[in-house]
Design a protein around this ligand. Structure first.
Ligand code: ADP
Ligand code: F6P
Length: 328
């Protein structure tokens, strides 16, 4: 390919997500295939500042495609937010002869990469790794599909006990700013209601909906609540509120927490990660920078990172309608 780029670094940063290892593997193997040196950076920007690098070859990434978490570790690094910290990172990259990097992470990690590029004109390409699916320019982020399947499986199990005891469960799922996991899991697991940050359902509507649910003959109910929901009450307060206003309900709460970020990636995420890693290395070798690899209409695409991190992706209104119809 006659590129000036001879050595590429890859790292994972911010919140981990299933599929990150598959993406690392893909970047490393694509470098090996195209005969470009590849170095891994441990612990994201923190490791970059400390020069925590290791040379990777095709065999360094054996047997990781199926593993959750990230073998490169991830970190949140306050020093990288400072000019001095980024200068230290730059010096380490130059010392190691690195010409470009691929960052696998969320919007914060991308923000850091853009800042770095702005200051040092250093080529950077992003791969979106977050279970939240909240990044523009890609229909799916790495890990969303796996997390969604994990949540649906967990709710199925909660449903078993809910229905045995005729109970109402509030199930809190991840999604600090967006309700993609909550809404999709709600539809996939047949929840009666879904509370998401994008929609303020309101406490009155929630009570009405639960009353209707009872009247229609349902013996148990599941309400999926995104952690960033704006109803004004957390799941435990919701339980108390419903028990006070609808004493017919025996209410329980289940907070799924970080189990949603773990586990073996789904086949979908493994394939997506493999495709994204190839595209990321090819883009760098073609002299591109400041782009994020995404998937749109089943095609792997490149999208400006500055646009990818502008706010959060919108919730699917049609899916909200489907969810409402299904809870009849
Ligand atoms: P995520 O990538 O999952 O959104 P964070 O928001 O925690 O996770 O970001 C990961 C890391 O990226 C931060 O710990 C920090 O080192 C770096 N970072 C985030 N925002 C910036 C910024 N505005 N400038 C420089 N570095 C940043
Ligand atoms: O990965 C995204 C996310 O799962 C959010 O939905 C959640 O609020 C956050 O990470 C929690 O991350 P941590 O516990 O690492 O701060």
């Amino acid at each position: 390919m006659g590129s000036k780029i001879k050595r590429i670094a890859v790292f994972t940063s911010g919140g981990d997500s299933p599929g990150m290892n598959a993406a690392v593997r893909s970047v490393v193997r694509t470098c090996a295939f195209l005969k470009v040196d590849c170095l891994a950076v441990y612990r994201g920007y923190q490791g970059m500042i400390e020069g925590d690098f290791v040379t990777m070859d095709a065999r360094s990434v054996n047997n990781i495609i199926n593993k959750g978490g990230t073998i490169l570790k991830s970190a949140r690094c306050d020093d990288f937010r400072t000019k001095e910290g980024r200068k230290m990172a730059y010096d380490q990259l130059i010392k190691a002869g690195i010409d470009a990097f691929v960052v696998i992470g969320g919007d914060g990690s991308f923000r850091g990469a853009l800042k770095f590029n702005e200051e040092y004109n250093f080529p950077i390409i992003g791969i979106p790794g977050t279970i939240d699916n909240d990044i523009f320019g890609t229909r799916y982020t790495l890990g969303f599909d796996t997390a969604l399947n994990t949540v649906v499986e967990a709710i199925d199990k909660i449903r078993d006990t809910a229905s045995s005891h005729n109970r109402l469960f509030f199930v809190e799922v991840m999604g600090r700013d967006v309700g993609h996991i909550a809404l999709n899991a709600g539809v996939g697991a047949g929840a009666e209601e879904v509370l998401i940050p994008e929609l303020d359902l309101g406490l009155e509507r929630l009570l009405d909906s639960l009353k209707r649910s009872k009247k229609s003959g349902k013996s148990s109910s599941i309400v999926v609540v995104a952690e960033g929901d704006k109803i004004g009450k957390n799941v435990f307060e919701l339980k108390e509120y419903v028990e006070e206003h609808l004493p017919i309900y025996d209410v329980r709460v289940s907070v799924l927490g970080h189990m949603q970020r773990g586990g073996a990636p789904s086949a979908f995420d493994r394939v997506l990660a493999s495709r994204m890693g190839v595209k990321a290395v090819e883009a760098i070798l073609e002299g591109k920078s400041n782009l994020m690899v995404g998937i749109m209409d089943s095609k792997i695409t490149l999208y400006p990172i500055d646009e990818a991190i502008m706010g959060h992706t919108k919730i699917d209104k049609e899916l909200i309608r489907v969810s409402d119809i299904m809870s009849t």
